[in-house]
Ligand binder design. Structure first.
Ligand code: SR1
Ligand code: MG
Length: 412
């Protein structure tokens, strides 16, 4: 039977897994246990032994952020494990933590402890500059999105993968509600910052905006293009100190499912643009840092597009691409696909920004701005950018153009 771990029982419980005990060395009594989970859903323990350390993540039958009143299936641990394995295959073991053991009934995955790494969101809030993070993430997205799609997989296998991940419906439902629905009406779990009420009301009154969000929600729910990470915000990225060979890892793919490629890309862009939007709220030095953060969006997209292009030219399978028909239009087809993905990335970025400004689970980038007036001003500016992204993604047309727009709209 499933038994939740706690700091007192972790060492004994983990000693039952020889692969874990071998990593840690010594005896359970020698192991030091810390609960470090700062996410919204689970408990996460770091266990250190005389010879090494591990990270143990266990799903709870409810949402940690809210409590037992919001039940959530343990099966999310299964999908997270399935995604971690696939991401390691597609993007390389260096891209994600290595799994030591997965225990399905206990909803428990014990994996590599990323010692020396910190969460990228925290580093961005401290205005640290990790120059390679955007590029590594761009390549990660290209590798995982391309290689899990019909562009790379046998069509029958791809359909089985879609079917497998369709079981992660409860986590998809969270995204459907929290990203595409709740911010647009007066939901009890929203958190509207005092001073932003008019901007939020304007968003909710805008028919074009609401229709556009409906379209993005429809795309999210129906377009099973690739295995997505599903929650690729800056809190799902870990980095070592900047400069001189910094390392970048992607964690926490428990929202993994088959959806539109642009959703993961949009998540990265959204979180960069939210951080850029928050910069004026932290006072002096904001302009320089805002420019640096905004530049990372462009570098992220360029790295994605370059890697996607390589994969298209070297690994694409014929079936999905009607190659016999395309013949000399091959590069034009690539261009069309990248244009559509870019368009999607902009729209989903807007949707993901709005939910972090108005809905449950806002981002620390904005919520740690000390002055409430300054925070409200940053959020109102960010919501203006959101309106353009959600309603006019196709007309904006590129991450470069959206970045120029952000530079203009996110400054006081
Ligand atoms: C109730 S869960 C809230 C959010 O936390 C996760 O990180 C996802 O982004 C989810 O939407
Ligand atoms: Mg998470």
């Amino acid at each position: 039977a499933y038994i939740p771990l706690d700091t007192d029982t972790v060492a004994d419980r983990l000693s039952a897994y020889s692969a874990v005990a071998g990593q840690l060395g010594g005896a359970p009594a020698d192991w030091r246990v810390r609960e470090v989970g700062d996410g919204n859903l689970n408990f996460v323990y770091i266990v250190e032994g005389p010879e090494g350390s591990v990270c143990a993540k266990q799903a709870l039958p409810y949402v940690r952020l809210v409590g037992e009143s919001w039940p959530l299936p343990l099966s999310r641990a299964f999908y997270e494990h399935a995604a971690l394995i696939r991401q390691a295959e597609d993007a390389g073991q260096d891209a994600v933590p290595e799994v030591h053991i997965h225990d399905g009934p206990q909803a428990l995955t014990v994996m590599e402890n990323l010692a020396g790494h910190v969460i990228w969101r925290g580093a961005l809030i401290e205005r640290q500059r990790h120059d390679t993070a955007a590029i590594v993430l761009g390549r990660f997205c290209a590798d995982t999105l391309f290689r899990s799609s019909d562009l790379a997989l046998d069509p029958a296998l791809k359909k089985r993968e879609v079917a497998l991940f369709s079981g992660n419906d409860a986590l998809c439902r969270i995204s459907e509600d929290l990203i595409f629905t709740d911010p647009y009406h007066d939901h009890e779990m929203n958190a509207v910052t005092p001073g932003t009420e008019d901007a939020v009301a304007e968003m909710r009154a805008d028919t074009v905006w609401r229709v556009a969000i409906q379209e993005w929600k429809w795309a999210f729910m129906t377009r099973s293009e690739s295995m997505l990470h599903g929650d690729l915000h800056s809190g799902s990225v870990m980095v070592t100190p900047p400069g001189g060979g910094e390392r970048v890892r992607v964690i926490d793919p428990e929202f993994a499912f088959y959806g539109p490629m642009g959703f993961d890309l949009g998540a990265v862009l959204a979180n960069l643009w939210l951080n850029a939007g928050a910069q004026p709220g932290w006072g002096e030095g904001w302009q320089d840092q805002q420019n640096w953060v905004l530049d990372q969006g462009g570098r992220f997209w360029d790295a994605f597009a370059a890697r996607f292009t390589d994969l298209w030219r070297t690994e694409r399978r014929g079936e999905a691409m009607v190659d016999r028909v395309l013949r000399d239009a091959d590069e034009a087809a690539l261009e069309a696909m990248l244009a559509r993905i870019q368009n999607d990335a902009l729209g989903f970025a807007g949707a993901k920004m709005a939910r972090r400004i108005v809905g449950l689970a806002g981002v620390a980038d904005l919520r740690t701005i000390p002055e409430m007036d300054a925070r409200a001003a940053c959020e109102i500016r960010a919501l203006r950018l959101v309106g353009h992204l959600v309603k006019e993604a196709a007309a904006i047309g590129s991450v470069a153009a959206a970045t120029d727009m952000a530079r203009d709209l996110l400054r006081p």
